[in-house]
Design a protein around this ligand. Structure first.
Ligand SMILES: [Zn+2]
Length: 321
C-alpha cells in the first residue's frame, strides 16, 4: 500500500485502500452529486457504505470493486444519510441487507424522486435552469427504482462484515435528519457521509448548526487516522476541524445580520466568505443562511427546493461562479 494523500485538493477518481482491506471510492471534484462511497472487505462478506447518484456511475464503481467482492460479496449496504447521491444506485446491489437510521429511511421514502430531478432540469427560468443543469445535468436519471432500507436502527448498530466490525453511529439531525457515521474502530477509519465536504461547501439542509458542530466533535473524539468524506478527498482531523470552523463562521455571521434586522436574503448577499469563497459551490451559503435564520426565528416559513436553488443560482451568478 502506497502512502495515502490526505487533504489534498487534487486526487484521483476510483478505489483507494485506506487501511488493510478497507477502501474508499472517490469521485473528484466532489461537487454536486459527485459523492464518495466505502467498502470494508471481510472473510466471505463485505460491507458497502453508500451507493452513487445514478445507475451508470454505481455500476462502474461496483465493477471496480468486483475483484474484492467476487469472493466476499456485499452482504450489507449501509446508507449514511438521506440524500439521493448516496442511495439512488441501491438497486444494483443485489442480495444485500440495506441498513439506515430511521431518520434516513424516512427521508429516503419521502425525498426527491428521479422525476423530481427531471422536472427541476426542465425549468425554463434561465438563471435557475442554468444552475440546476450545471449541478445535475450530467447525471442519468433514468431507470432508477428508489430502493429503501430493509433494516433500520435508532442510535447505534454494530455490523459484522465477514468477521470485521463496523459501528453505525447516528449523530443527526445535522446535515440531514439521520446522519450516520460508519466507524471502523479497529482500522481507525470513519466514513462520514456528508458530515464532511472537503474543499467543498457543506449544506445545512436540516440543522441545527449546533447538532452538526457536535457531530464534528464526535468525529474528532473517534480519533481516526483517515476520515472518508461524503464529497472530496480523504482527510484527517484537519478536514473535520475545517467544517466545524465553517459552520461556526456562518452561524456567527448570520446571527449578527439577523440581530441587525437584515432579511435572510440580504444577509446572503452581505456575508464576505473570505477564504471560504475558494471552496467549491460556495453559493450553498444561501441554503446555510436560510437554515440559520429559521433557527433564529422558527416562525420563518420553510423554503422550498426551487426557492433555495433560485437564491443559490443568483448568488453564483453574482459572484461569477
Ligand atoms: Zn452527498
Amino acid at each position: 500500500m502506497g502512502p495515502l494523500h490526505l487533504h489534498e485538493r487534487s486526487y484521483p477518481k476510483g478505489l483507494v485502500e485506506v487501511a488493510d482491506g478497507c477502501f474508499a471510492y472517490l469521485q473528484p471534484d466532489g461537487g454536486w452529486c459527485l459523492s464518495n462511497a466505502g467498502l470494508l472487505r471481510g472473510r466471505g462478506a463485505s460491507l458497502l457504505v453508500d451507493t452513487l447518484t445514478d445507475l451508470p456511475s454505481t455500476a462502474t464503481m461496483l465493477e471496480a470493486m468486483r475483484p474484492l467482492t467476487d469472493t466476499a460479496p456485499i452482504r450489507t449496504l449501509a446508507i449514511t444519510h438521506g440524500n439521493l447521491d448516496h442511495y439512488f444506485g441501491n438497486q444494483l446491489v443485489e442480495g444485500a441487507e440495506i441498513v439506515a437510521s430511521s431518520g434516513t429511511a424516512h427521508e429516503m421514502a419521502t425525498g426527491p424522486t428521479p422525476q423530481t430531478m427531471l422536472d427541476l432540469l426542465a425549468v425554463p427560468d434561465p438563471v435557475l435552469g442554468g444552475y440546476v443543469r450545471h449541478a445535475f445535468g450530467r447525471f442519468d436519471w433514468s431507470g432508477i427504482d428508489v430502493t429503501l432500507p430493509t433494516r433500520t436502527f435508532e442510535d447505534r448498530l454494530t455490523v459484522d462484515a465477514g468477521g470485521r466490525r463496523a459501528e453505525l453511529i447516528m449523530v443527526g439531525p445535522a446535515h440531514t435528519a439521520g446522519d450516520t457515521i460508519c466507524h471502523l474502530p479497529d482500522e481507525r477509519v470513519a466514513y462520514t457521509g456528508d458530515l464532511l465536504f472537503i474543499f467543498g461547501t457543506p449544506i445545512v439542509w436540516a440543522g441545527p448548526f449546533a447538532g452538526w458542530i457536535d457531530a464534528c466533535d464526535r468525529l474528532l473524539a473517534l480519533d481516526c487516522d483517515v476520515y472518508v468524506p461524503g464529497h472530496g478527498p480523504l482527510t484527517d482531523r484537519r478536514g473535520v476541524e475545517g467544517i466545524k470552523a465553517y459552520l461556526q463562521f456562518v452561524y456567527r455571521e448570520a446571527r449578527a445580520r439577523f440581530d441587525a434586522g437584515l432579511s435572510a436574503r440580504d444577509a446572503v448577499f452581505d456575508i464576505d466568505l473570505g477564504d471560504y469563497a475558494g471552496w467549491g459551490d460556495h453559493e450553498r451559503l444561501a441554503i446555510n443562511v436560510t437554515s440559520a435564520y429559521r433557527e433564529f426565528d422558527p416562525s420563518q416559513p420553510e423554503s422550498g427546493f426551487v426557492e433555495l436553488f433560485g437564491l443559490m443560482a443568483e448568488l453564483a451568478a453574482r459572484t461569477g461562479n
